[in-house]
Design a binder for this molecule. Structure first.
Ligand code: HOZ
Length: 449
């Protein structure tokens, strides 16, 4: 039986056999069409699959932990929209909340009670956030937080870490991870020397590097911004005591500590990495997970710092879509469920992730491939190299050609992984033990092929 699955314009086939499995014809047509319209055929570079080769699926729909492409091929998804889909795709309570909100109006550019409701859920989970601002993306949030930190301290320099990614604002595109690392672009063209020269990029997990920077730029450093568990060079946890050291040195020097918890917030624990490691930052960045996958970001922290933001203070930042009612509704539904299930949900996610990490690592070892699995909670990476990865230099030693071939094999076997060695994978509440076992079997077949 042929089933209509959507309309894509007059010159594109919109009818296909469901679960045609193996057929890639329509996806290829759709990619060719996109390539004429978007640089690389995509609206975000990693999606072009340049680092892994193979054919990027044209995603048509998703439910739970599964994705379907335009040709009806089914995949178990470990990207989860790069982290936020912690409840699984199209979770019924989130869909219902968005539908209800949409029926009441899509955007007002004015305040709604839902904003405070979501904010109270956020503040309840991360007590270091006393006041916050909703924006529309993590990039907007980090960019604004840096502006606030500079205004609050009256200082110019910021410290970031090599391989950490904090969105694509000019001053943060210095030795960044994620797509920048994936494509091997050390710093983006178009970023002026003058914009990047106040960004000090140091090796992650090196206490010595930070101490040296403070010795050299004493009284000049406005903030340290860090992914407390890095996800954007693959998953790299902090060494024991490292985050506490960052807290101490910043406190001692009047520098703000900013945790970028776009990936880790509400994922590694309900209260994010700051709850897990018991470190209270001055400011926190949150991303799409607090919008249930819709476009949301937030920056927040100590009230005395956040009072710098207009209209209370002199730091300007604004946006019509900030606090968008659909995104707020999706976020409230997501965080409410995470809150009510947190006692059982996070341990279950952790245990499933660990089964998966170990299972795939064994499959690699049995076939003579060196793999080191690293993860915290339900975010993880298989680095194609021997030994622990502690920083970007370690991550960069991974065998990216082997990773690419693993990625292509897994995709052929119906497993959708992040298309880069330098991105974390994510598991959701919708993944079952059977999904994980199926993924491990796919890994055995891939490595043995
Ligand atoms: N840089 C994003 C993940 N860390 C990728 C975004 C996307 O391609 O959607």
């Amino acid at each position: 039986m042929l089933t209509p699955i959507g309309l894509y314009g007059s010159n594109t086939l919109a009818i296909l056999e469901p679960m045609a499995g193996g057929n890639k014809r329509l996806s290829a047509q759709l990619r060719a069409r996109a390539e004429k319209l978007f640089p690389g055929g995509v609206n975000s570079p990693v999606r072009a699959f340049r680092a892994v080769g193979g054919e990027a699926p044209m995603v048509m729909r998703a439910s739970g932990c599964r994705l379907w492409d335009a040709d009806g091929n089914e995949y178990i998804d470990y990207v989860g929209s790069w982290g936020p889909i912690i409840l699984g795709h199209a979770a019924p309570e989130v869909v219902e909340a968005v539908q209800r909100a949409a029926a009441e109006g899509m955007s007002f550019g004015a305040s709604t009670p839902a904003e405070a409701e979501l904010a109270e859920l956020v503040v309840g989970a991360l007590p270091s956030i006393e006041m916050l601002r909703f924006v529309s993306s993590g990039t907007e949030a980090t960019m604004s937080a840096i502006r606030v930190a500079r205004a609050f301290t009256g200082r110019k320099y910021i410290i970031k870490f090599e391989g950490c990614y904090h969105g694509h604002a000019d001053s943060l595109l210095v030795k960044a991870g994620s797509g920048v690392a994936t494509l091997g672009i050390p710093g983006s063209a178009g970023v002026l020397e003058e914009q990047a020269c106040y960004t000090l990029a140091l090796p992650f997990n090196s206490e010595e590097g930070v101490a040296q920077a403070f010795a050299k730029y004493k009284d000049g450093i406005a903030a340290i911004i860090v992914e407390p568990i890095v996800g954007n060079m693959g998953c790299v946890p902090p060494q024991p005591g490292y985050l506490k050291t960052l807290r101490e040195i910043t406190q001692k020097n009047g520098t703000l500590l900013i945790f970028d918890e776009v990936m880790t917030g509400f994922r590694v624990a309900f209260g994010g990495a700051q709850e897990l490691y018991g470190v209270r930052p001055d400011m926190t960045i949150l991303g799409k997970i607090i919008g249930g996958g819709l476009p949301v970001g937030a920056y927040g922290g100590r009230a005395d710092i956040m009072r710098m933001v207009a209209p209370l203070g002199p730091v300007y930042q604004a946006g019509t879509l900030s606090g968008n009612p659909l995104a707020m509704a999706a976020g409230i539904a997501t965080l409410r469920r995470l809150k009510s299930e947190r006692q059982s949900l996070y341990p279950r996610l952790e245990s499933l992730s660990s089964t998966l990490m170990v299972g795939v690592t064994h499959a690699a070892q049995e076939n003579g491939v060196q793999v080191t699995a690293q993860g915290v909670g339900a975010m993880f990476t298989w680095f194609f190299r021997a030994g622990e990865v502690r920083d970007w230099d370690d991550a960069a030693e991974s065998n990216t050609a082997q990773f690419a071939s693993f990625h292509r094999g897994m995709l052929e076997n119906g497993i959708y992984l992040p298309p880069s060695q330098f991105e974390a994978a994510f598991l959701s509440a919708a993944h079952s033990e059977e999904d994980v076992q199926r993924t491990i079997r796919a890994a055995h077949e891939t490595f043995a092929a």
